[in-house]
Every structure is written in structure tokens, then in C-alpha cells.
Design a protein around this ligand. Sequence first.
Ligand code: EPU
Length: 339
Amino acid sequence: MKVHKHFDIRNHNTFRVSSYVRYFLGAEREEEVPSAMEMAENLGYPMMVLGSGSNMLICSDLNRVVINPNLQGIQEHHHGADVIVEAGAGVNWHQLVRYTVERGYGGLENLALIPGTVGAAPVQNIGAYGVELKDVFVDLLGFHRQHGRMVMDAGACRFAYRDSVFKGEFKDAFVICSVRFRLQKQSKLNLSYDALQREIQKRGLKPANPAELADWVAAIRSSKLPDPEVIGNAGSFFKNPMLSTTQYNALKDEFPEIPGYPTASERVKTSAAWLIEQCGWKGARKGDAGVYEKHSLVLVNHGRASGAELWALATEIRQSVFEHFRIMIEPEVNVLSDV
Ligand code: EPU
């Protein structure tokens, strides 16, 4: 296990904000994970799990022991037309997507180019272009601070829109070591999402296989979302709000252009990006904290913004959206502060 004391996690969060933690423990093998958890317990600081920090905003130094589960490896088991693919928590997500589509396995192609690690993917039930992680999830293996080694299926993970038990009851108490997915050798592509339909019309053809669809998705993402290697960001900063039909209809009377997408429940999903853009924030900048000029749902660090400065900008945006539309948008990223 790698142990670092008083460690700056600037290179372990995609917003690239500086934050010193008490200890940083890198676990490379499954058996190192319970040892790291025990060490955190003995050191007397709360533990926190950090993959590549692609969905976090850290607003202060942290009085915590950080566990970085960096388990590698991808394995596959064939069951007729299905393939069960198992990947270590430290595997880069897009690398896993590439591994599967290059072999012709379908299921992960709509989730191409999402930043982050395999271990972080179930935490917020990552989703894009009409597919969510829960659609292909089998189970995961990990360690709970009190209950020890556990295998958890989808029900136990309590997946919801950008949410799971790992953001709630199991927060800071569970370390994911590996995740298993059920993929298909002969899959039907999911082309239902608006942006994919527009792409089909533009190109005059459909993608032929999972690898081609993954390339399309990667191209769409790259055209409007910033690359965290180039400019600090954590993807969508806020969740898309779910409104009651009554609230949505009242807003629609006042703002006829407001987008509305039906959901599995009674509620209507609207676009946080649209609400923010209407309030004039697209491309805005306060010091080095800003709103990306091509997508208003993404906050960016233009250089040396602190986490607190980015959070101050997020707070101003929330207030102005609330004043304008009476909707309080909620962060999608995990916002952390020990002050
Ligand atoms: N829009 C604007 N202004 C903008 C951008 C978008 O008004 O600057 C409106 C447009 O009406 C557009 C609609 O928002 O049609 C939807 O935009 P987009 O397809 O980019 O999707 P999104 O709702 O903004 C969600 C996810 C993304 C995911 C995309 C594609 C959330 C919080 N975000 O964004 O996930 O990639 O759909 O499926 O659900 C992430 O979670 O970090 C993330 C990037």
C-alpha cells in the first residue's frame, strides 16, 4: 500500500483544485483495501474514497484519510449470447468502454468518454445518451467499514438518477473494489436520445455496431463538453430538476420554450442547462471560476480557482435560477468542505 502524509490532491480531482488531506492511501490489490480502512480507523480521521475525483468539488483542506482504490484488470466470462465483464475499481472508465466495443460487446457504447474510474461509476449511476450504468450492471464487490466484504446487486445499490446507496447510507463507509457488467455479443443499439437522432439525420446513416456508436458519442461529447485534461471541470455540475406536472405546466405558460422530458415517474424532467443559460450565465466568469461557453451546465476552472470560489459561483447561479424560475437546482457533483 502507498502511504502519503499531508498530501495535496490537486492531481486527483478533475477541477484541479488544491486541497491537503491528512493521509492518502493507495490500494493496488483487494487485500490492501481492508488494511487501508483499518489504518484510517486507527489514525482517528474520517475516511473518504477517491478515484480520479471526476465528480467532486473540494472547497477546503480535508481532515480525512483518503483511500484511493487503484485495482486494475479486466476479465470476461461468456454465457451464451451474454458476456460478463468484470473490471477493477481503478480501471479508467473509457478504457473499459473501448475494451468492450473493440470486441463487439454491446451495452457500454452510449457511455463512451465519461471521465472517471470504474469504481466511481456506480456511485452516481453514471448515465448519458439514453443509457445508465444500472441498465448493464450485475453486481459489485467491496468492503464496508463495519460489515466487511460484501457483494451487492443492483437492488442493494439502490440506483436512481445520478444516485445510489454510496451517496447516502454507505457514504464514506464503503470501498468498491470491482464491478461486473452484463453485455451482449449481438446487441441492439440504443439510438433513442435526441442528439443521436439528430446525428443520424445529419449523416444520413445509422452506426453499424457498438464501436461506431461509441465513436459517435465521443464526437458529440467532445464537441460540447470540455476535456478535463485541458480545462478543469467535473462534467454536469447540477442535476436536471424533476418537476411535478402542475409546476411544469405553470412554468410552460410563463416560459413556452422551457424543455420538458417525460420520465418513468409522474414527474417531468427539465433542463438545468437551459434554466442557467436563460439567466445569462453561459460563458460567464468570476476570476478563474467560470461557466463553460459551449455548455451552461458545466462549471470550469480557468486556472487557479479554489474550490470555495467555484462553490461561490455555483451558489450565485442557484440563487438566480431560483429567483427567475422558483426552481432550486441541486449539485450533481459531491461538494466537500471541512471548514
Ligand atoms: N441546453 C441549453 N444550453 C446549453 C446546453 C444544453 O439550453 O448550454 C439544453 C438544450 O435544450 C439541450 C438540453 O439542454 O437539448 C439537453 O442538453 P444535453 O443533451 O447536453 O444534456 P444535459 O441534460 O445537459 C445530461 C447529463 C450529461 C450527459 C448528457 C447526454 C445530467 C446532469 N447530465 O446533460 O451527463 O452527458 O445528458 O446524455 O443528467 C454528467 O453527468 O457529468 C454529464 C455530462
